[in-house]
Ligand binder design. Structure first.
Ligand code: 3SL
Length: 235
């Protein structure tokens, strides 16, 4: 397995596609997707564009759908939920299809659509991601951070690094970003919440009363789910 890390969707190569691509948006989209599926959501369909989300979800029964919209950390008007993982309880999401658009996370998921396998990873489902990669041994693996509007983010690199560091004895690193990400993770392992407080998006969320969200997003292996793209969204 050869592991490549890209810090933002914009840095993903336009040519070629890997056997497996993983999108990471620790704060908070991929953490929320994993939480929603663990809580029994029927599936999660992601959209970079909010108008597209509204159009596609309109043909789905309203009692069986949840529209999730986040921009700038806040819930989008007209959506049922924002992007806090704490809102995705079994009472709210069980059996429901989630239609989701967030500032950065859903853009990176869309950017890797052409990979043979597309996964969403977070710290809370790290073990499930590693188990899948070890079992399937993709020849090439891209791990794509979502960043913030095209710029680097510390927290996504730490999660990419957690995947890379755990596999480093059984895989090769394909670019310097993979080495750097693994090094960052190893330096902060055990203090991820503190690291996330230093990240610019961590600070943004703190200003929006997101301390509890940050603490949850920094936890490792809280859920045993692997969000995997299918023709019906992430299942
Ligand atoms: O950028 C994103 O996709 C979001 O995860 C941002 S937020 O954490 O919901 O503010």
């Amino acid at each position: 397995m050869k592991i490549f890390v890209y810090h933002t969707p914009e840095l993903v190569p336009e040519i070629g596609s890997p056997d497996c691509a993983i999108a990471v948006d620790i704060l908070r989209a991929t953490t929320t997707i994993a939480t929603a599926l663990a809580a029994g959501a029927e599936g999660v369909q992601v959209f970079a564009d909010l108008d597209e989300l509204m159009k596609v979800s309109a043909s789905y029964p309203s009692d069986l759908r949840i529209r999730v919209g986040e921009r700038g950390g806040k819930t989008v008007e007209g959506c049922d939920l924002g992007n806090s993982p704490f809102d995705f309880t079994p009472e709210v999401v069980k059996g429901k299809r989630i239609f989701m658009s967030t500032t950065n996370g859903t853009r990176s998921l869309q950017k890797i659509q052409n990979a043979k396998t597309v996964l969403a990873a977070a710290m809370i489902n790290l073990g499930a991601v590693l188990k899948y990669l070890r079992a399937t041994q993709p020849e090439t693996l891209w791990i794509v951070g979502s960043g913030w509007e095209g710029s680097y983010s510390l927290e996504d690199t730490a999660c990419a690094g957690a995947i890379a560091a755990n596999l480093q004895d059984e895989a090769d690193f394909g670019n310097d970003e993979a080495v750097a990400a693994a090094t960052l993770y190893k330096a902060w392992q055990g203090e991820l919440e503190e690291l996330f407080y230093q990240a610019s998006h961590g600070k943004r969320l703190l200003n929006l009363n997101g301390a509890e969200d940050i603490a949850y997003c920094a936890k490792i292996d809280v859920v045993d789910v692997l969000p995997k793209q299918s023709s019906a969204g992430f299942l």
